[in-house]
Design a protein around this ligand. Structure first.
Ligand code: GSH
Length: 214
């Protein structure tokens, strides 16, 4: 039985839960991080020395880093559906996974933490504005790509959609002005028709509002 550690409200855990849902794999969920704690326990650190969630165990395989877990699950369990055996084809999905981690996520998290998770009186408006402008630039780039492609890696939904699209619900719902990005909106609409996306990504996050601790 696959086991996944991490609180359900954590952005990086949601990517993995969504993937498990897409693959219809049974799993055992263990709450960890946030108020559930446990990340500094020796047993947890033996699985992930970074003391971060998510962590996934599948038999004697233990993996940390959310995008690596998504890659593993798709390679191991999706056949050639969400994963692509051909390296060149797979790179079409992988570049967006790496882009999410290296480019979008740092700015998106600056915005989400600076605006949504910081109590109003403590907000640094200049920093929020900078993070918002950087996110607008990233989403405009995404929009231009999606003007030419149905999904990020082409005509079909793949693992390449998962990390980037995990940010969409919070980006559109957190209450900051967002640019006109009709192609991203169309892609978001298509993803919202997927049961696993609604179940794991489109979930209320108001408990995180103005809360800098977990
Ligand atoms: N790059 C790592 C980041 C892991 C990370 O920072 N996870 C956050 C949650 S999104 C965490 O462990 N936070 C501490 C906590 O929730 O207590 C990944 O993608 O897995």
């Amino acid at each position: 039985m696959i086991e996944i550690w991490g609180r359900r409200s954590a952005y990086n855990v949601q990517k993995v839960l969504w993937t498990l849902g897409e693959l219809e794999l049974p799993y055992r969920h263990i709450d960890a991080g946030g108020s559930a704690g446990g990340l500094d326990q020796a047993e947890f650190l033996a699985m992930n020395p970074n003391g971060r969630i998510p962590v996934l165990a599948d038999g004697d395989v233990t993996i940390w880093e959310s995008n690596s877990i998504v890659r593993y699950l798709c390679a191991q369990y999706s056949g050639d559906r969400l994963w692509a055996v051909t390296p060149a084809k797979r790179s079409l999905a992988e570049r967006w996974m790496d882009w999410e981690l290296a480019t979008l996520q740092p700015d998106f998290l600056d915005l989400f933490w600076g605006f949504y998770r910081t109590p109003e009186a403590l907000r640094d408006h200049q920093k929020i504005q900078h993070a918002s402008a950087r996110c607008q630039k990233h989403f405009a780039l995404l929009d231009a790509h999606l003007a030419e492609h149905t999904f990020l890696a082409g005509d079909e939904f793949t693992m390449g959609d998962i990390p980037v699209a995990t940010s969409l619900y919070r980006y559109f719902e957190m209450g900051i002005p967002t640019p006109e990005i009709p192609n991203v909106r169309r892609w978001y609409g298509a993803l919202a028709e997927r049961k696993a996306y609604r179940e794991h990504i489109m979930t209320p996050f108001d408990k995180l509002y103005g809360r800098q601790t977990f």
